[in-house]
Design a protein around this ligand. Structure first.
Ligand SMILES: [Zn+2]
Length: 333
């Protein structure tokens, strides 16, 4: 790929003044800065091109040399130090583009300080908060525990310790940003009774701060997967328990599954489809310190096989109702 003309990169005329060049640079840098376009490779490349073009055109000596020799580099006998050109020409060919470039002392701070919001930012800045989402199995959300989440976050650059520079040069690892994006697996503590749509805050797992600023926090949105058996309503858990005709009629001891484990429960004789309650077997709510109940609905299951003996037994039961079972339904509709 042919290297683009520096004037073209900045979108200014060849006779542009220093002020024009600076203005064009600021406009482009504001648009293309990596902090504004995280993860955007194309913006990153353009940002580097703009930086490189500006680094040459802002300097009278380098600009004059560029005007004369272009990207072709120095002619034989040309002394790069006298013209201020980086060794090997201006940025060289493809692939080497960025290496000759560096900011000169003291400039990056005031330049970028002015870019955002029109105010100079020189003090410590807190890192951005990170966001994430986890999907929890139903019981894990209720009982609490730990899970982990992989996320990309900005960490302090280990090479320059967040300063963005090594000596007078821009840090090659973070390219002057002082931070590098890394994928990290973060352990997340699930509090007991966590609700669907709730948020868990993990302090210090957002992006690293700038200039010694505090690290941001991670906010994790919780989605709770539905359970085929349990349903949460407030702090109560609901479920359905099937019983046989005989168990319902005679009363029985049955196993009732709850989120805290199976509980042996007694159903009274003549149980119909009512709801029964196991106190304190629901969700423990850390805010109130109270624990909800487990509420289970009895479902009487009739055998599928219809036999003469079965019909006799059913007929016998039918004679035992002391009032019509549908007496409370609306009439005359
Ligand atoms: Zn660095």
């Amino acid at each position: 790929m042919k290297k683009r003309d520096y004037y073209e990169v900045l979108g200014v005329a060849r006779e542009a003044t220093e002020a024009d060049i600076k203005k064009a640079y600021r406009r482009l840098a504001r648009k293309l800065h990596p902090d504004v376009n995280p993860g955007d490779k194309s913006a990153q490349k353009k940002f580097q091109d703009v930086q490189e073009a500006y680094d040459i055109l802002r300097d009278t000596e380098k600009r004059r040399a560029y005007d004369r020799f272009g990207h072709a580099g120095r002619p034989t006998g040309f002394d790069p130090s006298s013209a201020g050109a980086p060794p090997g020409g201006f940025g060289g060919g493809e692939g080497s583009g960025f290496e000759g470039f560096h900011f000169e002392g003291g400039d990056i701070g005031d330049l970028f300080g002015n870019l955002f919001g029109g105010r100079v930012r020189t003090g410590p800045e807190k890192g951005e908060d990170a966001q994430g989402t986890i999907v929890l199995p139903f019981r894990e959300a209720i009982l609490g525990g730990t899970t982990s989440l992989s996320l990309r976050r900005e960490k302090e650059c280990a090479n320059c310790h967040g300063s963005g520079r090594v000596g007078r040069e821009v840090c090659p690892v973070c390219r002057g940003r002082g931070r590098v994006a890394e994928v990290e697996t973060v352990r997340i503590k699930i509090p007991e009774g966590t609700e669907d749509g709730g948020t868990i805050r993990v302090p210090g797992k957002g992006s690293a701060g700038v200039r010694g600023g505090a690290t941001g926090d991670l906010f994790v949105t919780v989605r709770v997967a539905p359970d085929p058996y349990f349903e949460r309503r407030g702090d109560d858990i609901h479920g359905v328990v099937p019983v046989t005709v005989k168990e319902a009629y005679a009363g029985a001891e049955i196993d009732v599954p709850t989120v805290h484990g199976t509980v042996r429960a007694r159903i009274p004789p003549g149980t119909r489809g009512q709801k029964l309650r196991l106190r304190g077997r629901g969700v423990r709510n850390p805010r109130t310190g109270q624990t909800g109940d487990h509420i289970y609905t009895i479902r009487v299951v009739v055998p599928k096989a219809v036999t003469p003996a079965g019909l006799d037994a059913a007929t016998l039961l039918d004679g035992l109702y002391d009032e019509p079972v549908r007496k409370d339904l609306p009439k005359g509709l």
